[in-house]
Structure formats: C-alpha cells, structure tokens
Design a protein around this ligand. Sequence first.
Ligand code: SF4
Length: 360
Amino acid sequence: MTKQYDALALLSGGLDSLLAIKVVQDQGLKVLGLHFTTPFFGKPWLHDEWLQEYGIESVNVDISKDYVRMMVDGPDHGFGKWLNPCVDCKVMMLSKAKSLLPEYGAKFIISGEVIGQRPMSQRRDALSIIVKSADVKDVLLRPLSAKNLKATAVEENGLVDRERLLDFKGRSRKPQLALAEHYGFTKIPSPAGGCVLAESESSARFIRLMQAKKQPTPADFRLSQTGRQCWAGPLWLAMGRKQADNKKLEKALRKGDYLMKTAEFPGPLAILRPTDNGTPGPEDVADAAAYTASYSTKARKHFEATGEPVAVTVLHRTEAGDEQGELNVLPSRVTPLGWQEPEPQEVKDWKAEQNGQATA
Ligand code: SF4
C-alpha cells in the first residue's frame, strides 16, 4: 500500500516551497512533496538533499506530455513576460496534486505562494483564478500567506491550526530568511525553483521550435535547450558548446536525425533534426556539416592554412538503422543556408502576432 500522508505539497525546491512544508510539518502533520518535472523545470536529482537537509520526503511527478500539449495549444490564461504560462502551469500542478490526494490518503494540498510576491501567478486575482480553475478551493492551503487569505476547510475543521500559520505578503524576502533561520536551514535555495520559460533566450529557442513543428515533443524541447541553436528557415541544427552538451546530444539522437562531427579534428557534435517543413536534403546536410566544422578551431585553422576541405562524419538514424558516411566540406560560418541563432525579440513579435490574431 502507498505510504499515507496528511498533505501533499507542491515542492519546486525554491525556498518558499520548503518553508511552506516546514510550517505544516511543525504542527505534527505528515507531508509529501510533489516535485513536478517538465522539459522546462524540475530538479529531480535533489530528492535526497531535500530529505537530508530539510527532512522533507518527496516524489517526482512527470507532467511533460500534458505540459507540452498546453504550451502548443496555447495556455488559457496566456503567457507572462516571456513564454511562462504561470497561471495554467499552477492550475495543472494543483489539478494533478488534487487527483493524487486519494492515493496518498491526504486531505489537503500545500503551496508556498506568498501574496504579492511575484507578477502574474502570485497576484491575488491570479491566485483566485488558479484556485477556481483547478477546483482546489476546499483543499488548498498556502501556509506562508494563510492569515491574509480566507480560512480554508482544513483550518475550519481543525486539522490545521490557523493561528500557527503565517501572514507574509509582498516582495520582501526578510520574513522567509528569518523563518529559514528559525528552522535551522544551512542551505538557502533561491526563492523560486528555476524555470527556463521565464527566460528570454530560452523562450526564443522554444518559439522557433513551436513555429517549425506543430506537435513538438518533450524531447524536442530538451534538444532546443542544448548547446547552440541554429536555424535556417525550418531547418534545425543543435550544436554542442561544451563537453556536457555533446554528451546530451549523443543521448538525444532520434530517428530521422543526422549526427555530425569533424572526423580528424576535435570539435562540437551537432544534430540536424527534421521539422514539419524542414526535411534535410543532401545539400542541407553538407551545408550543416560545413557550418559545424567552422566551430572546430583546429579544422578551421587547417582549412585557412591549406585551403583543403575537412572531413565530417555524418550518422543518419533511419527507420532501417544507422547509416554512417563522411563528407568533405569547407568550414564556414557563412553558408548558403545562412544559419542564425534565435533572438529574444522573436518572442515579442510572435506574441504580438498571436494577440493580433486573437483580437482580429
Ligand atoms: S515560472 Fe515557470 S514553473 Fe513557475 S509558475 Fe511560471 S511557468 Fe510555472
């Protein structure tokens, strides 16, 4: 039988989520942290640290598929400053948490929101939209701001002592830091859990992908965060910037992809991945190979000194298996396809276009 708890908590790993759990644990209640993972956020490697440092048990909840679908369909409540669909994101996590309550025998959900702390998801009106959409009015407790909110069912029925909850609000971090000290935290994580959807550069990468593929997969979104992202129209090339990227690229290879690397010189790995309107032909593969070779310093210097082409190994993963060959190319940053990295301005343009369509 699944171990039983009094409450399930949204555990991003940010300071507020940890503190909210501690406040409830302090009342002698058993809490299980739910750590949601998607291609855009999640640190599942921290479960042991949360247990050892903070005494918090937690499990992983992978919502990648539903999350990607929500991003592609367009979040009901729109995006924040970049591609962060904060309201829909919270709704999805709370709905999922609610659906898990019976399995763990839990009576309520905890979240670490503080009223007025952040734009969008944590404004009072956004909080009420979230609660209504996720249908968690009767089961959601926000211990850090509870005294600024109406008493919830679990406070009214005495399961949770409202008097021992808190009245934090606003942007100041001082109350949280004081509470962390009270609980003896020696490691203070950042306020939030870290989410690339709220970052300009990552958002630009995602926009290109969403424009090029109608049904991008979680794996596509992960590839779009790996290394240097280069686009030529609908053609997509992901290239390692460092060793760790190259390792990720090796693992990211899927059917249809071309994996390339300079054969005789050290250099980055690159994946050329087909998109809806971008199935690479032989000339495209050669162009991408020349561009990839230009990021190998030794290959480029060899070419500049001798004028000779350099060899690039190209592995094509097909339905029938891997086909490997070698292409001789002239390393170049300026190729006929004109590879470019996505710019944050593209996100603003895309959103303006979407809004224009919505109001047209
Ligand atoms: S910042 Fe990211 S993880 Fe946090 S609520 Fe917004 S979309 Fe969700």
